[in-house]
Design a protein around this ligand. Structure first.
Ligand code: NAG
Ligand code: NAG
Ligand code: NAG
Ligand code: NAG
Length: 347
């Protein structure tokens, strides 16, 4: 059994071509949104994957970019916006915890007015990882490059960065190694070295004074894994892998910042495991469920017939699709982590 699953799709060769042709990032972003004003709001700069993406994975068709199609966005804002959920995702809740409106997604920056950068910007893109995941998505280091390019010429800001790494590095390596979880576990030190370097860079080279780093959720409890167990339990190997990743991450952060001044290890893992059965009667079965194991939420046949079902009560489900939480689940997770963010930012 594969240890993790890509937060996107697995046959993305077509996307590579499409992305290479897209003019999106060829122009320097200087002038798009100006500089952060430096007063009042505390900008939030987000780097990561589909747990944090709010529209950076452009619409490349239903097969490749599900989050731009119904039923994504069903709860909020009642249309798809490139968020991998029925509604708000981690970035929206992080922004609330920081006390600002959701920062604009880099890709959508031209739609916003002036002063946009005062809220920061979201560079996270579905499918990405610390290392290259073998698809076209910008890895974390390229996302930071893009941030630096976007803010070139601006005065340094007292902003907050968030780094969200949810397992794509592992799914990519599992893919390359015939689905063996050993390969994923053996890859943890490599991912950590890469992540450590990007965190160091954010503090020492970029000058970020506050950096929030999420740990890994219990991946074995995502419906991708629970489906093969008839939604009755979690995959223990995948969960053990997440635990190892998290232990390694704790030690990386301790080593970089023994006093916890600059880095906050934001615990997603614990609230994902909370036995909150009153709030979420449906824990392991996704709200949006495909007919076929290798299908996806939102899939249609050639005649436009739906190849999935959507539950009536997404707020009672923890998972929206095979890997992503519902808005209600993110809200519950945020209830758990918000005090830690307040404490961190007040010191
Ligand atoms: C991240 O992506 C850039 C651009 O594609 C590449 O040059 C770099 O090697 C990648 N970094 C890692 C750690 O894979
Ligand atoms: C994967 O499996 C194929 C066929 O079973 C084999 O030829 C290949 O060497 C395997 N690759 C790895 C990395 O184990
Ligand atoms: C899966 O669980 C459902 C009820 O939860 C049960 O009706 C069904 O028989 C189970 N199927 C298998 C293959 O165990
Ligand atoms: C820093 O945070 C970690 C948890 O992430 C905690 O275990 C440790 O005790 C903290 N260290 C200090 C000096 O507060």
């Amino acid at each position: 059994m594969a240890m993790v699953v890509l937060l996107l799709c697995s046959s993305c060769l077509v996307v590579e071509v499409a992305a290479a042709a897209a003019p999106d990032d060829s122009t320097a972003a200087a002038g798009n949104g100006g500089c952060p004003s430096g007063k009042g709001e505390r900008p939030l700069w987000v780097f990561g994957d589909s747990y944090a993406d709010t529209g950076n994975l452009g619409n490349l068709g239903r097969d490749l970019t599900h989050a731009w199609y119904y039923p994504y966005g069903l709860t909020f804002p009642r249309r798809p916006t490139g968020r991998f959920s029925d509604g708000r995702v981690l970035t929206d809740f992080l922004a609330s915890a920081v006390g600002i409106p959701t920062p604009v997604a880099y890709k959508l920056r031209r739609r916003g007015g002036g002063g946009l950068l005062s809220r920061g910007m979201n560079f996270a893109v579905g499918g990405s990882g610390v290392l290259d995941t073998g698809y076209f998505q910008r890895n974390i280091s390229s996302q930071i490059d893009l941030f630096q390019k976007t803010l070139r010429g601006c005065a340094p800001t007292a902003g907050v960065a968030a780094v969200v790494v949810s397992g794509n590095d592992y799914s990519a390596v599992v893919d390359k190694n015939n689905g063996t979880s050993e390969a994923a576990i053996a890859y943890i030190p490599t991912v950590m070295r890469g992540l450590r370097e990007q965190l160091r860079r954010l503090r020492d080279d970029v000058g970020m004074g506050k950096v929030i780093v999420t740990n890994l959720h219990p991946m074995g409890c995502t419906p991708y894994f629970t489906r093969t167990l008839n939604y009755s339990g979690c995959d223990t190997v995948a969960n053990a892998g997440a635990d190892q990743h998290n232990a390694a991450l704790r030690s990386v952060l301790h080593d970089l910042d023994p006093t916890n001044r600059t880095f906050l290890l934001l615990d997603l893992h614990t609230p994902f495991l909370n036995d909150n059965s009153e709030r979420f009667p449906v824990r392991l079965r996704p709200c949006c469920e495909t007919f076929k194991a290798d299908g996806y939420c939102g899939q249609e046949d050639e005649g436009g017939k739906k190849l999935y079902t959507v539950c009536d009560d997404p707020e009672r489900h923890f998972y929206w699709d095979d890997v992503h939480p519902t808005q209600a689940a993110w809200a519950a997770v945020a209830d758990a982590f918000t005090p830690a963010i307040h404490d961190f930012l007040s010191t």
